[in-house]
Design a protein. Structure first.
Length: 690
């Protein structure tokens, strides 16, 4: 409590003092226009308008205006992009293409400075020292291959150069929330050697109280992350970057509560006897070399990833000592991408390259029950080897008409072994290996109808790799599953108006999904046993509209709406009674049908500013039966303060009307278990930069 009171007092005096210096601040131009945007997520620098696909971007200023602390915060700005973030894991959902709650990999890829973050557990990362975010919707199989079936999010962080810069910020909020961040960058040897470093600390008690333990930290969160970069430019053509990222988190994951039954509890309250805690460690060294010749740019990105995750949670969500779930994940991944691309604007622009990767993982999933015979232990070891060749080229037939085509050939080899044991003395060991090669083509055409209107059409294919069921298999038949495939068709318009003070982009899409990876219960194998199969077909279709404008001096509008209907076409499962259940026509779970966002910002010439955001999500289901759902919700965020040449002070509130919504629902032992979304939060942020 004292943190945000002191923060508010500090903000008041800083705002008061800053007003005296307002006249010395640079005045904004008489008119505002939207700058032309270049995108690098296509693995060559391209103008946003020339990309024949649905692409969204957010700059560091956009992220600051929104008060985006995590990737989940940022995704709310993008139509048809949703972050499923619960105590059991995270997942990026693009255009309604999702996986089940217990999947390790997402159909959407996440890359940070070109380095892949392969597990869904890694996807809701904290944002700090950012340059921007790029979102590519639709399959990106040609350029990215695996885990890009629905799209790709590319995070770009600042790179050190000859400019000396630094920043420091601190934030206080309710729920005993505290954030601290610092960064510095500059030359060690002008024009030759540069260095940068950044650090971020986030901690909060969270908003969930364990009434059984009489503690308010059931959903606590603590995270520390840091990054260092050494950059060398020995010649004008050569750029070498060495970086090291490290993150440690320690969380309370006791957010799920019983909403029915004798041990039910109200919003933001639980009654659990287990520790309900999780911790993770992530270390990523990366090495990037870029050589820019007269006609060809060569880029090499080498990375190593070491990830560890541990979790202990209450199986029954009651104060009774009935059982706990004890899980651990250890993953090591090494990857190399070597690519070549054309330089500058040419009639034929192209990119080609190869990718090599190897992943090794071991997991333990133990469900320890009071009734010893029902206890299960599951240990898994597997390796995955990947190799790919890819190429994509755009040819400008005229200055206004462009054709693009690309192809990727990707090989995957998996080898896994698993040991299943029970408290009753059963023990089974089995192994499985399989290999496959995928060919992922794409084609598109774009036409500049006028100077301010571009239309495009595209066709592309993507896939989600097969893998192993590391959480709840019990036999070789339930141990593995095969790849999932999709084909996407898309039409779109990109426009700008009023001397580039208004931009409006719209797209429509249809994706056909076959061999859909779905989760099915295995009643004959015992409590809590399920398997992944490829027994479903589905499709998703929809539209997205994105608008940005500078209507008047000092004013900025940004908004978007996305509609995606994801539906099961074919899927029939066996029931415990021996019958059959048909899910055809049901909606895919974890995929809201609507996402929308409207942001309004005003900055006075003196430096004072105000920002308001209206964010919303439509109805989503949490199960294949479509019996568990959230009807949708909207929230309002507000922020106002002062932004000077070096000093920024802001007072903010998120979900200011305290809208209640549900992020997860399930049924266990006949009772409903739910997880509440974030309630109203408020605080103050003070930052200084040079």
């Amino acid at each position: 409590m004292r943190h945000y009171i002191l923060g508010g007092i500090l903000s008041y005096f800083l705002l008061f003092e800053s007003a005296h210096a307002a006249e010395s601040q640079p005045q904004p131009a008489d008119t505002y226009t939207l700058e032309a945007i270049s995108v690098t997520a296509t693995k060559r620098e391209q103008a946003l308008r020339e990309i024949a696909g649905s692409v969204s971007t957010a700059s560091d200023i956009d992220l600051e205006n929104q008060g985006a602390e995590t990737l989940q915060d940022a995704t709310k700005m993008f139509p048809n992009v949703h972050m499923k973030s619960t105590s059991s894991g995270n997942e990026i959902v693009i255009r309604g293409m999702s996986t089940w709650d217990t999947a390790l990999h997402s159909p959407a890829g996440l890359y940070v400075d070109g380095v892949p973050y392969p597990l869904s557990y890694m996807q809701n990362i904290y944002l700090h020292d950012m340059e921007g975010i790029e979102v590519l919707r639709g399959p990106q199989g040609t350029l990215y291959g695996r885990n890009s079936e629905s799209g790709v999010i590319n995070l770009v962080r600042r790179t050190p150069d000859n400019k000396l810069r630094g920043s420091l910020f601190t934030e206080f909020g309710n729920h005993n929330t505290f954030r601290l961040g610092a960064s510095a960058a500059g030359p060690l040897l002008e024009d030759k050697v540069y260095f940068s470093g950044s650090y971020l600390r986030h901690q909060t008690d969270g908003f969930v109280r364990n009434e059984y333990k009489q503690k308010d930290q059931a959903a606590r969160h603590k995270a520390d992350s840091g990054r260092v970069v050494l950059r060398l430019t020995p010649t004008d053509a050569l750029d070498v970057r060495m970086s090291l990222d490290a993150t440690h988190s320690d969380d309370g994951i006791g957010s799920m509560r019983l909403s029915t039954g004798p041990y039910r509890s109200g919003r933001y309250k639980i009654r659990s006897d287990a520790p309900d805690e999780a911790s993770s460690d992530l270390v990523i060294p990366a090495f990037t070399i870029t050589h820019t010749g007269e006609h060809v740019r060569t880029t090499s990105i080498t990375s190593y990833l070491d990830y560890k995750y541990k979790m202990l949670s209450d199986l029954d969500r009651t104060p009774l000592p009935l059982g706990v779930s004890d899980m651990s994940i250890n993953q090591r991944n090494i990857s190399e991408e070597l690519r070549f691309s054309s330089v500058g604007k040419q009639r034929l622009s192209w990119v080609a390259g190869l990718f090599l990767g190897k992943t090794s993982m071991n997991t333990d999933m133990n469900r320890i029950r009071r009734r010893a015979a029902a206890t299960t232990y599951l240990h898994t070891d597997y390796t995955e080897t990947t190799g790919a060749l890819f190429g994509q080229a755009t040819y400008a037939i005229t200055d206004a008409f462009r054709l693009t085509a690309g192809l990727r050939a990707e090989y995957t080899g998996l080898d896994g072994e698993q040991t299943y044991k029970t408290g009753a003395g059963q023990r089974r060991a089995y192994e499985k290996g399989f290999r496959y090669t995928e060919f992922l083509p794409m084609a598109s055409a774009s036409l500049d109808v006028t100077d301010n209107l571009t239309t495009y059409a595209s066709w592309s294919q993507g896939y989600l790799p097969g893998g192993f069921n590391v959480f709840s298999a019990s036999s070789k038949d339930t141990f593995y599953y095969k790849p999932e495939y999709s084909t996407n068709y898309e039409l779109g318009l990109k426009t700008h108006w009023l001397d580039n003070k208004l931009q409006a982009n719209v797209s429509a899409f249809y994706s056909d999904i076959r061999d859909k990876q779905v989760r099915e219960e295995v009643p004959s194998a015992g409590i809590g046993t399920w398997k992944f199969t490829n027994s479903a077909k589905a499709h998703t279709s929809g539209v997205e509209l994105e608008v940005r404008a500078y209507p008047l001096e000092g004013w900025e509008l940004r908004g978007g709406v996305g509609y995606a209907r994801s539906e099961i076409d074919e899927w029939t499962v066996s029931t415990p009674s021996g019958g059959r259940k048909n899910y055809s026509g049901n909606r895919l779970p974890w995929a809201p049908d609507l996402t929308y966002h409207l942001g309004v910002g005003y900055t006075h010439p003196s430096g004072f500013f105000a920002q308001a955001e209206y964010l919303g999500s439509g109805k989503q289901y949490f199960d294949a039966e479509n019996t568990l759902s959230d009807p949708g919700y909207n929230t309002v965020n507000l922020q106002f303060g002062y932004r000077g040449e070096n000093l920024t002070v802001a007072i903010w509130g998120k979900n200011v009307f305290d809208t209640h919504y549900i992020t997860k629902k399930l049924v266990a032992n006949g009772n409903k278990i739910v997880e509440d979304g974030n309630p109203f939060s408020f605080g103050t942020t003070v930052s200084w930069s040079f």
